[in-house]
Design a protein around this ligand. Structure first.
Ligand code: ADX
Length: 178
């Protein structure tokens, strides 16, 4: 019986959460692990389509993702959650809910790098005043203080970030070896 867990990717927009978490999901699936991905961009078009980017609504979004992650990970699923989740207190709530099953992964590219990448052109829009309350520009991001893994995606290729996450899971005996 496999043990469920939640890999909780947090970081600024453009930090690489989706890139690394997609690669982790593929690797786990290739090893026969049951995986479910909860990506902020997808959740906000479905489960959280009623929410804005106010503090209260971001907290609600994170509580919903944490709730679903808890249900799944309790039942043996490897959950990969990837959302900005900018508030430390809300992430700690998710950690309390899931206890040992919660593994926080801080995708730690600095804001200048994320803005330089700007994969969706949203930093540019935020600078132009077309989007307000944009995380990293005019809305806060509270970096984790004790994440299980820190991924400096500005200093290492995505393959290396992927490898470090997989190594942690192997070391904890949470997934089978390659
Ligand atoms: S969270 O703050 O509630 O955790 P989440 O990860 O679900 O955010 O959604 C972030 C995505 O919404 C970004 O990748 C971006 O595409 C989009 N987005 C739209 N407006 C904003 C905004 N004001 N701040 C951050 N992201 C935004």
């Amino acid at each position: 019986v496999s043990v469920g867990f939640t890999l909780w990717f947090t970081g600024l927009p453009g930090s690489g959460k989706t890139t690394v978490s997609t690669a982790v999901a593929e690797t786990l699936r290739s090893r026969g692990v049951a995986v479910e991905v909860l990506d902020g961009d997808v959740v906000r078009r479905s489960l959280s389509s009623d929410l804005s980017f106010s503090r209260e609504d971001r907290e609600m979004n994170i509580r919903r993702i944490a709730f679903v992650s808890d249900l799944l990970s309790r039942n043996g699923v490897a959950v990969i959650a990837a959302a900005i989740s900018p508030f430390r207190a809300t992430r700690e709530e998710a950690r309390r809910l899931m206890g040992e099953r919660f593994i926080e992964i801080y995708v730690a590219a600095p804001v200048e790098v994320c803005e330089g990448r700007d994969p969706k052109g949203l930093y540019a829009k935020a600078r132009a005043g077309e989007i307000s309350q944009f995380t990293g520009i005019d809305d806060p991001y509270e970096a984790p203080e004790s994440a299980e893994v820190v991924l400096p995606t500005h200093e290492e290729p995505a393959e290396q970030s992927l490898a470090r996450v997989v190594e942690l899971l192997e070391a904890r005996g949470l997934i089978p070896g390659a």
